[in-house]
Design a protein around this ligand. Sequence first.
Ligand code: SF4
Ligand code: ZN
Length: 275
Amino acid sequence: MADIELRVAETIKTRQMIVEGDRVAVALSGGKDSTALLLLLSRLIPAWQNVQLIAVTIDEGIAGYREATVKAAEDLAHRLGIEHHCISFPDLFGDSLDVLLKGRETQACSICGILRRKALVVAAQRAGATKLATGHNLDDEAQSVFMNVLRGDLPRLIRNSGADSKGTFIPRIKPLSFIPEKEIAAYLILKNAWNELPECPYTRYALRREVRLILSDFEYRHPGTMLHLMESKEKIGLSCAGSVIAAPLRTCRTCGDPSSGDLCQVCLLLRSLGR
Ligand code: SF4
Ligand code: ZN
């Protein structure tokens, strides 16, 4: 446990993820990664000068899954005495994810991902946060690198997550991005915080699920594979610096958010869903 806490503290320090005066919002889904992140930050942050920790939860509205995880998030924040804010898809987008997805279940994760990113930024802004911390671990990050390679999406491959938030003024940070999923599970078990929770019913449609199996198998047979993928991303990013030109930023005609086109990704998606 002490080793994980030390490595997370070092990642935060060397990458200057959190600085004095920050109000850090943890994106707390109630699942194991965000639970571990909140536990870790609640141990580390009190020792740092003038940094506040809060939690934000998005209830997408996924029947049979979200009720239990939202409750787990509320219970954890309450137990740790951490300010907690929760907003739902119906509040922001008019309907639950289950309703928005009718007939489009195979696209669940891409639709959910776009809307949840927006919801997290809104929740963090409403809570006055200066940083948004997500629980992505080493496995998640390596899977994203591999998926972007499979899709041939070079701009997304080399993008750094802090830059994802351009225009929102709330940089995203991923303090667990060098901690393997198995170590996070071990940390939770040792902390007596392991909670068996239901799995999202839409995961069966996710490309990530297949990539996860392939990479776990590779990591088992060739330890270090995931870290090497992360190194590849950084090296490709360095050698491509300046040669991949991002589209100039404009303002979304509907919501005013930064956008590369006339409408931002969220407004385009909502329009395609008939909202
Ligand atoms: Fe959303 Fe897909 Fe995650 Fe379910 S598995 S919560 S649909 S991103
Ligand atoms: Zn918009």
